[in-house]
Design a protein around this ligand. Structure first.
Ligand code: S3P
Length: 436
């Protein structure tokens, strides 16, 4: 069977590599693309986005805003044009299907709460298991009527209308919750404040400012006054650092590897990944730093060297939440291993990512200690190829494709098409850089 193939469209075979070399152009950041599409929908004028994320998740957001009366189209040059409907959207005649995307459901709920109509949001099997009480609580306090199925899981029914501002202190560190409440705050009377327990990614605040809103930040609090109007923008979306993480970890596996990733998002609330990779031994340099609509962008060049160990805990865990699966999958090949703490949130992502990582690593012959809120993966281990499951989770599929490059023998990843949720071309790109 050919290497890195997709024989039936959903299973991929990965053969070991000798090293990793080349240039990869990473698609636009998923977090920013969601926010741009949603804010463009409620802005005045026509927005245009270059390098908009190719993720299936962002297609779910575009589909939902389309059902809310906001027209959008893909231009010949690949850019996405969104015709803003202004602050008032149209009542949807169908259920809004968010697919696999927690970001779509949580952040769009903030906007829908400020609209004078009823709407219903549903998702796939994975999304239907994910907690929504974290957004239902603040939105209800603001005056929206929201109901869910049992235990605060989707589908959600929202009756929006007049909202009042709140000062909200979320229990979980979540940028989706923060953006949801700030987006609702645009429609509320007064000033809405979100005081975070731990600083999370700030793309919501930056995007709101790019569309012309005033958003304040003092200490750990972001604040927005209601009634502000948004203006359309034309923007280039930086390459997704969380997708870049797979290639950086692949390079880290082989001393002497060399990978170049142009135009990658360097937002400080996301770039903690580079500090950890450097601490673990990857040689990283960043060139051509620029700012696009408040977001920092740069070209990453990375060289594999000795791969050491690390501990990820507290604020670092929140900052690296999407990259922990791949860092853990490659940790057995490091000298000191990886310990992850304070990561209970990983259990309620697209899959239970602690269980998924532990199951797949054990199938490859690795030792791993699974904990309720984290894991410890010893270093200095030898792994063999195995039949693995993506658990329907894009980041698990890609994380183990990377680990498989250093295993002995072939690895099959079942359900590898899940990668399309954030990175449809991932396996083709991996094939081009894996030296054999
Ligand atoms: C995201 C925030 C994080 C992250 C997700 C994208 C965002 O989720 O895991 O992939 O765009 O705000 P939480 O807000 O649930 O931590």
């Amino acid at each position: 069977m050919p290497d890195d193939s997709q024989p039936d469209g959903s299973n991929v075979i990965i053969r070991p590599a000798r090293d990793v070399r080349g240039v990869v152009r990473i698609p636009g950041d998923k977090s920013i693309s969601h926010r741009y599409a949603m804010l463009a929908a409620i802005a005045e004028g026509t927005s245009r986005f270059h390098n908009f994320s190719a993720a299936r998740d962002c297609a779910s957001t575009l589909d939902c805003v389309g059902k809310l009366g906001c027209e959008w189209k893909r231009q010949e040059d690949g850019s996405i044009e969104v015709l803003g409907a202004g602050a008032r959207l149209k009542a949807p005649s169908q259920v809004l299907d968010c697919g696999n995307s927690g970001s779509t459901m949580r952040m769009l709920s903030g906007i829908l709460s400020g609209q004078p109509f009823s709407s219903e949001l549903c998702g796939d099997e994975s999304l239907s298991r994910r907690p929504m009480a974290r957004i239902m609580k603040p939105l209800t306090e603001m005056g929206a009527q929201i109901s869910s199925s049992e235990n605060g899981r989707p589908p959600l029914k929202i009756r929006g209308g007049a909202l009042k501002a709140i000062h909200y202190k979320p229990e979980v560190a979540s940028a989706q919750v923060k953006s949801c409440v700030l987006f609702a705050g645009l429609f509320a009377e007064g000033e809405t404040i979100v005081e975070e327990p731990i600083r999370t990614r700030d793309h919501g605040e930056i995007a709101l400012r790019a569309f012309g809103a005033e958003v304040g930040r003092i200490g750990n609090s972001s604040r927005i006054a209601g009634g502000q109007r948004l203006r359309a923008i034309e923007a280039h979306v930086a390459g997704d650092l969380s997708s870049a993480a797979f290639f950086l970890c692949a390079a880290a596996l082989f001393p002497g590897s060399q990978i170049t990733l142009p135009g990658i998002l360097m937002n400080p609330t996301r770039a903690r990944l580079l500090d950890i990779l450097i601490q673990m031994g990857l040689k990283v340099s960043v060139a051509h730093l620029e700012e696009h609509h408040g977001e920092l962008v740069g070209t990453i060049e990375a060289h594999g060297a000795t791969w050491k160990g690390a501990v990820i805990a507290g604020g670092d865990t929140a900052a690296l939440i999407d990259e922990i699966p791949v860092l853990a999958a490659v940790a057995p090949f490091s000298q000191g291993g990886l310990e992850v703490r304070d990561a209970k949130e990983l259990r309620v992502k697209e899959s239970d990512r602690i269980a998924a990582v532990a199951t797949n690593l054990r199938k490859m012959g690795a030792e791993i200690e699974e904990r309720p809120d984290g894991m410890r993966v010893p270093g200095g281990q030898h792994l063999h190829g195995a039949e693995l499951d993506s658990f329907g989770d894009h980041r698990i599929a890609m994380a183990f494709a990377v680990a498989a490059l250093r295993a002995e023998g072939e690895t099959m990843i079942q359900g590898a098409d899940a990668a399309g949720v954030s990175y449809p071309a991932f396996f083709e790109e991996l094939k081009t850089v894996a030296g054999r």
